[in-house]
Design a protein around this ligand. Sequence first.
Ligand SMILES: [Zn+2]
Length: 306
Amino acid sequence: MTDQIVGHYAQRKSLRQLLASERLPHSMLFVGNAGIGKKLVALELAQMLFCEDNNRAEIGGCGECSKCKLFESGSIADLYQIDCLDKEAANVAQIRQLLQTVNLKAFHGGARVTVLDNAEHLSVQSSNILLKTLEEPRGDSYFILIVENPAKLPDTILSRCQRWFFSPLSNDQIRDVIDRKNLLPEGVSIQDVITLLDGSLQGVSSIVDKLDRFSNFKDRVNKILAGDKLNALEFAKELSSDRESLRESLHLMRMIVRERVLNETDPKNRRSAASLQAHLLELDALIFERNINAQYLLQSRLLNDL
Ligand SMILES: [Zn+2]
């Protein structure tokens, strides 16, 4: 667990110290942007609470006791996790049942930890049930609520929880994770990805996909503008066969062609790019509003510009 977390060292260290001095609050609120590792920190804290030798490591559990082994294999019974965005898992009946279970004696003896991810999405009714439990905490039971926007939680819940703030990741930290996990396909600019990620690791795979598509499209558009007719026909066929993403594909092409029009210095090339741009602008309406055959339209428009 611990080696998966990037940064947040000060918070983790303070949580560890509070635990060691038996001053850890029973209800905590972890606040910060999505995709920066709040949940990983919550799970690290849970492991420390379960660990039988939690004074050994500076941060995290000892990794060797029977509880740490159970935790790391994902089979510790006294850890409850709910993603409140999952309406099915976080419905009133489920929350009520969860809290009843938490109020029973711990399965393994010792702590019970409940992690509620995206807690601001709990329904009002579920929040009220949760509030009752937070108001009467049992000695060995801990609640960690994870939120992006605490203002969306009822004040009654907020006032019961100690707040912990987590900062966005730095560009260097993000670069480090991307490098370590080898997330980027060849040819994709890591700087572009870092800029788009904006301090969070959420959505890294979809951004990588998008960039991958972007560079493929750029390559195709350049070939078409250079007079490659076969490529134009093939590209038209490919695009029209995937009707679901056709609108997004056309949008991507317009972005690429617009950039080309703006940056092209040769007047003849700029004219053909501008003409393609005009055709692409019409295509949306023709395909989606007038329902004219997409492959036929794309082929004629892409070839027209050669
Ligand atoms: Zn341990």
